[in-house]
Design a protein around this ligand. Structure first.
Ligand SMILES: Nc1ncnc2c1ncn2[C@@H]1O[C@H](COP(=O)(O)OP(=O)(O)OP(=O)(O)O)[C@@H](O)[C@H]1O
Ligand SMILES: [Mg+2]
Length: 149
């Protein structure tokens, strides 16, 4: 059964970028070493803001931007190391693997991925948590497709 046919666990409407950041910031305490956060959603749906909140909740106060020249940004010095990927910038699954994807997963940090639906096969069956961001007339909707264990 595909994810789309599953019933979402939760839907939350966030009415501003700040509200979205606050929402994911509050999830940060549930993050455990090695977890993968797979973010789906169209262009501009709020994936980077969601990542910003998670990072903030882990104690990273500085600037958070999508990875541009590299496929992955690393953050160290917070509660857990964070590896932030944006698959939109990648040509292929192989290219992602060549960044050391498997090694990052083993480093017991938090791997956050924007455009996760581009290469779904990369995600571990156990330990991946899926969120979807959606445009909404009043802001952005956050849909939780899987639960933290
Ligand atoms: N809850 C919200 N309500 C209204 N606007 C929002 C909300 N969250 C984010 N935005 C706005 O949406 C825009 C896109 O946000 P963001 O960059 O996080 O999206 P994205 O999904 O990462 O985009 P991309 O697909 O380009 O990576 C920003 O201008 C941001 O201010
Ligand atoms: Mg983004």
């Amino acid at each position: 059964m595909s994810k789309q046919e599953q019933k979402p666990l939760n839907r939350t409407l966030t009415r501003s970028p700040e509200a979205l950041i606050q929402f994911s910031k509050e999830l940060a305490s549930k993050l455990t070493p090695g977890v993968v956060i797979a973010l789906k959603g169209e262009l501009g749906a709020g994936k980077t803001h969601f990542a910003k909140g998670l990072l903030k909740g882990l104690g990273y106060e500085g600037d958070v931007t999508s990875p541009t020249f590299t496929l992955v940004n690393e953050y160290h010095g917070g509660e857990l190391p964070v590896f932030h990927y944006d698959f939109y910038r990648s040509e292929s699954m192989e290219e992602v693997e060549e960044t050391g994807w498997d090694d990052f997963l083993e480093r017991k940090g938090v791997t956050i991925v924007e455009w996760a639906d581009l290469f779904p096969r990369l995600f571990p069956e156990v330990g991946t948590i899926y969120f979807e961001l959606r445009h909404h007339p009043e802001g952005r909707e956050v849909i939780e497709w899987s639960a933290f264990s």
